[in-house]
Design a protein around this ligand. Structure first.
Ligand code: SAM
Length: 234
């Protein structure tokens, strides 16, 4: 059975897509998406030998060799321009996802949908999308096994509309998630707030240094932004 997290990623894949799942590990996502009748075919990309072997094994086990191809390589190196229509990158940090997209920019030709699931650092991705003419069109937040995950969906386009009300705060927390304000969203950000405030307290009593001052300023700015988002209609 697929994790709730990957099921939620799969739910955003457009029907009839040709999918590339980068950092696929066991290739669970492309196999599932094919078996559910969501995709026409898929590529599972892996850069590390162990997970690459796991992906090959899983594809063999489910007898999907004719539709799911496993390729070994770094990031988007494993695909050609105009080869796939949908790209998924899940279960990594936002910084790594952002760098994979940036490094493989020219391979994104023909890709219509990006579905990105950062474990942390979603802001890095929202910024990259905005700077590279990808329009954020949907977001999902969910909890599984005590951890909270965000999923970002983007299509080609320059629309900055989702950010218009409060750009700095929405880049951090997500414009769609902020508008939806569900229980998990409120939980995530009240936890983050408490965590940041504890760090600021510690920094206040620590020896003064330029690095500490900078860190405090950054945290206080984030605290201000998130408090603003949380206080509305609370
Ligand atoms: N996508 C799966 C999921 O969400 O369950 C697996 C997530 S796993 C934590 C991250 C995987 O990304 C690892 O198997 C790792 O080898 C792979 N990975 C990390 N950097 C990569 C890169 N630059 N290119 C391809 N795969 C990468």
């Amino acid at each position: 059975k697929l994790s709730k997290r990957l099921e939620a990623v799969a739910a955003h894949i457009p029907k009839e897509s040709i999918l590339a799942d980068i950092g696929s590990d066991h290739a669970y996502l492309p196999c599932y998406a094919y078996l559910q009748g969501i995709i026409k075919s898929g590529i599972a990309g892996e850069v590390v030998e162990g997970p690459y072997q796991s992906a090959l094994q899983q594809v063999r086990k489910t007898e999907l060799e004719h539709v799911i191809e496993v390729r070994k390589g770094d990031g988007l190196d494993v695909i050609f321009p105009n080869e796939v229509t949908c790209l998924t990158i899940a279960g990594m940090g936002g910084t790594l996802i952002q760098s994979i997209l940036e490094k493989g920019k020219e391979k994104l030709e023909g890709v219509q949908t990006l579905i990105l699931q950062p474990n942390i650092g979603a802001k890095k991705i929202r910024l990259w999308l905005l700077q590279n003419k990808w329009e954020l069109v949907a977001e999902t937040i969910l909890q599984e096994d005590g951890r909270i995950y965000e999923i970002l969906v983007a299509k080609r386009g320059e629309e900055t509309q989702p950010y218009k009300d409060n750009k700095s705060a929405y880049l951090l927390v997500g414009p769609f998630l902020a508008k939806e304000r569900n229980e998990i969203f409120l939980k995530k950000w009240s936890h983050e707030l408490a965590h940041w405030k504890r760090i600021v307290e510690q920094l206040e009593t620590a020896a003064k240094s330029e690095a500490n001052e900078k860190k405090m300023k950054e945290l206080n700015e984030n605290i201000r932004l998130v408090e603003e988002v949380l206080k509305i209609e609370n």
